[in-house]
Design a protein around this ligand. Structure first.
Ligand code: CA
Ligand code: CA
Ligand code: CA
Ligand code: CA
Length: 84
């Protein structure tokens, strides 16, 4: 019986001592972890996380930075939605 108790204590102690299962991953190496969608461009290194239009994608991977519906490649002012 004492052995069983000791085993339970050891198991409980190990569970507490183990690191949290949620690993902080940073695939693009910009210092912003991808967990919980903290990195607004998980595949593009953008340490500043600049996001002009405030949507879910940072400027580094958003093909419409100002959110006016005109893609950056065709937008005369890609960072100003007031200029169509
Ligand atoms: Ca990252
Ligand atoms: Ca990133
Ligand atoms: Ca954006
Ligand atoms: Ca645009």
């Amino acid at each position: 019986m004492k052995t069983l108790f000791l085993s339970l204590v050891l198991i409980a102690g190990f569970a507490v001592a183990s690191p949290p299962s949620a690993l902080a991953v940073d695939y693009d190496g910009d210092g912003v972890v991808e967990d919980d969608c903290l990195d607004n461009c998980p595949n593009v290194a953008n340490p500043g996380q600049l996001n002009t239009d405030g949507d879910s994608e940072g400027d580094a991977c958003d093909n419409d930075d100002d959110g006016d519906g005109i893609p950056d490649t065709q937008d005369p002012a890609p960072l100003d939605s007031s200029i169509p």
